[in-house]
Design a protein around this ligand. Structure first.
Ligand code: ACO
Length: 475
């Protein structure tokens, strides 16, 4: 069968379904975390956000950007830079937790970019920071389904992460990612290798529809994140071992499952320190899982003093946490540090966070280094929904090269953003508080300080209808 985009199928389902192209939008404003910690708490806070949480900068947007404009920016740039036509797509999925309307989805706003292709399935997917991953899974599953018509799927994840005054505010951020999904991809999502954990919990939620700020129980959210990681990893490992026993995991079929199987291990990143601790948890899980074999491994010598440790009973054991950080340090530096460059300088983007880590990793390696890699991905959304899954990168350098072609400017964008003082940052948040979801409103922030090709909110009319324009240096 020959599909609309020329893809020729000889199988009952398409091969190597995954991510073909990526476009990351990083907002043009940031605040320095070393300045922010002093502003928030004086000398008492010196080192808290930078050393304690591992952050350098935090990105944010003015009152003329919202979730719709972020998605419009990411999608339009991706289409333009990669030369896609609107008719190349049969599905468009949005993952976000920054909705402005309980009925009209962000996806419908994006339809203004697809006026000549209204045959485009997909709507919004919402559950805290997990919505982007769920949208990606939906897109992959559509391509693998009997409903697939040969066109690509497009996934966009975008959020504005801002918090009320208090200890969570320094863990904000903002951004958007657009991903083209299809067969014969550069980044192939491994079939059947997902470990999922979902549960009812009030760790972080947004019940107040007149505010952009969440209700957060910080310590609970951290425990939920780490416990979800433990469970997802155990389930992922069980599925991997099942596939291995059936001889379905390619080159790794003879090997015992281990973290060493991965070339990169990346996580949803609310702040970098939690990720470092997370890697420690994976090492602990491996130690417990290998039982007596671990005891003979000198790498784990330091853990012997802790006796029979369990995953569940160890979340508040500070000495164990310290030992795990030490043991996992070489692994962290080799496999996770390269994934944190953007998170450290932009902060928590919520739904795009994990995919910002993917972009950090991809842009830290050459095309040939990126071939045949195995990438571990942990996605966490409060409330809660979490999955660990994996990606196998292609052996075809030209596909990697196409994937990287829209990501070459990431570092220059990070370096040329406009720095705001903490006071100016606080003023912007105050302005957003006062104007959030207001009707008959024209934003005050100037479009002139946006990057080229950035969509922005022009006006909200008296019936709450929003209009957008695209800022271009030269029209
Ligand atoms: N110098 C160096 N380190 C410091 C200093 C200092 N002056 N002061 C504190 N620290 C360290 C602390 O020891 C702590 O590190 P540790 O946990 O390794 O010991 C770290 O800095 C943070 O300090 P805390 O006192 O624990 O911070 P606080 O409780 O004020 O807030 C929190 C941290 C809970 C992460 C808060 O920012 C928050 O609620 N954020 C939003 C929730 C969140 O991101 N949860 C994660 C998963 S859910 C999601 O993605 C939204």
């Amino acid at each position: 069968m020959v599909y609309q985009n020329g893809y020729q199928s000889t199988m009952s389902w398409p091969d190597e379904v995954g991510i073909i192209s990526l476009e990351l939008y990083i907002p043009n404003y940031y605040v320095d975390q070393a300045e922010l910690e002093l502003f928030d708490g004086g000398d008492k806070f010196k080192g808290k956000y930078t050393v304690g949480l591992g952050q350098k900068q935090m990105g944010f947007v003015g009152d003329n950007e919202d979730v719709n404009s972020l998605c419009l920016t990411a999608v339009s740039r991706l289409m333009k830079r990669q030369g896609y036509s609107t008719k190349d797509f049969g599905r468009l999925e949005v993952g976000t937790e920054s909705i402005l309307d309980r009925s009209k989805g962000v996806k419908t706003v994006l339809m203004q970019l697809f006026e000549d292709n209204t045959d485009l399935e997909g709507i919004d997917t919402i559950n805290a920071c997990y919505g982007g991953t769920s949208a990606l899974f939906n897109a992959v599953q559509w391509v693998e389904s009997s409903n697939w018509d040969g066109r690509f799927a497009l996934v966009v994840a975008a959020d504005i992460a801002i918090y009320s005054v208090g200890n969570a505010r320094c863990t904000g951020g903002a951004g958007a990612i657009a991903m083209v999904v299809g067969p014969n991809a550069a980044l192939v999502l491994d079939r059947g290798l997902r470990g999922t954990h979902m549960k009812h919990v009030y760790d972080f939620y947004k019940p107040k529809l007149d505010s952009e700020y969440p209700e957060v129980d910080g310590p609970l959210s951290i425990e939920c994140y780490l416990s979800a990681l433990d469970i997802c990893y155990e389930r992922y490992r069980a599925k991997f071992n099942l596939q291995r026993s059936k001889g379905q995991v390619g080159d790794l079929s003879e090997e015992e499952f281990s973290l060493d199987n991965f070339d990169a291990i990346m996580f949803h990143t609310p702040f970098c320190k939690i990720v470092q601790k997370s890697l420690g948890r994976l090492v602990l899980s491996e130690y417990i899982n290998k039982g007596p074999a671990s005891k003979a491994n000198p790498k784990f010598e330091k853990l012997e003093t802790f006796g029979d440790i369990t995953l569940k009973g160890s979340y508040h054991n500070r000495n164990l946490e310290k030992a795990l950080l030490e043991i996992s340090k070489p692994l962290f530096e080799a496999k996770t540090v390269p994934t944190l460059r953007i998170a450290q300088r932009v902060g928590n983007m919520y739904t795009p966070s994990l995919y910002g880590c993917l972009v950090s990793f991809l842009t830290s390696r050459s095309c040939s280094e990126l071939c045949n890699n195995k990438l571990a991905m942990f996605s966490y959304g409060s409330g809660m929904a979490a999955t660990m899954y994996s990606i196998t990168t292609t052996s075809d350098v030209s596909k990697i090269s196409k994937l990287l072609s829209s990501l070459t400017s990431v570092d220059s964008v990070l370096d040329t953003r406009i720095k705001y003082t903490p006071q100016k940052f606080v003023d912007v948040l105050k302005q957003r508080e006062e104007t959030h979801n207001r009707a008959d409103f024209t934003p005050q922030h100037s479009a002139e300080s946006l990057q080229n090709d950035t969509y922005y909110l022009v006006r909200v009319d008296e019936k709450y209808r929003r209009t957008y324009d695209c800022h271009q240096f030269e029209k």
